[in-house]
Design a protein around this ligand. Structure first.
Ligand SMILES: [Zn+2]
Length: 215
């Protein structure tokens, strides 16, 4: 996938985004590399400093906007999350089979955010991998922006799930990478976690959960 930065996108933030892109290419470089747009790329992703973190789902054609706000969106995990949307993944909690894995608590979700929890049609998700509650595409159980009184919007059905790990990852999970490999018909290579300390997918309390609103 070709990407570019909006001309006004700040230099420091570009470096932060590039770290996420480097991790992407480490994991998926042989399958769906992220490469700077060249003159022959008619379809590309344009990273800009929008009002939050958001992306279109899948290739739209032409220059499609991907918002990584300088304040709050330039973490590795968020960069990977948004580019996974652009590659075609939706939020895990919108999978049609999610009710087998989580129990919704709609009363704890601010009404304007409830659409982020509606199920999407089976055609565009769920057929590549099993439900992964620790996927980087899964919402956290609560968030100051959408939780009512900081109460969880959903809880995991499996009592062994560590709810602090849900939606707070900073890296692909194995199944996130596998979903792209299957979607794009790439060889299923062994997935290796990051060798640096960027892989905080073990539930780092300091990390803010990813907040992304789909378009
Ligand atoms: Zn998202």
């Amino acid at each position: 996938m070709a990407y570019s930065f909006d001309p006004s996108y700040p230099q420091q933030a570009r470096q932060d985004v590039m770290r996420g892109i480097a991790r992407w290419n480490q994991v998926l470089g042989d399958c769906l590399p992220l490469q700077p747009r060249t003159s022959s790329d008619r379809d590309y992703i344009n990273v800009h400093n929008g009002g939050g973190c958001s992306s279109m789902v899948g290739r739209v054609g032409g220059g499609q906007a991907l918002s990584l706000a300088v304040n709050g969106c330039v973490h590795q995990g968020t960069v990977i999350h948004e580019f996974l949307h652009a590659a075609g993944l939706i939020h895990t909690q919108q999978r049609p089979d999610r009710d087998n894995y989580i129990t919704m608590h709609w009363e704890n979700i601010v009404s304007s955010w409830r659409s982020q929890f509606t199920k999407e049609s089976p055609s565009n998700i769920g057929k590549y991998t099993d439900y992964d509650i620790y996927s980087i595409m899964h919402y956290s159980t609560s968030h100051p922006s959408w939780s009512v009184n900081n109460q969880p919007g959903f809880t995991a059905k499996n009592p062994n799930v560590d709810s602090r790990r849900i939606g707070t990852g900073d890296d692909f999970t194995k199944s996130d990478a596998l979903a792209i490999r299957r979607m794009y018909k790439c060889p299923e290579r062994k997935f290796t976690t990051a060798v640096n300390s960027n892989n905080r997918n073990q539930g780092n309390k300091d990390r803010q959960p990813i907040l992304c609103s789909n378009e």
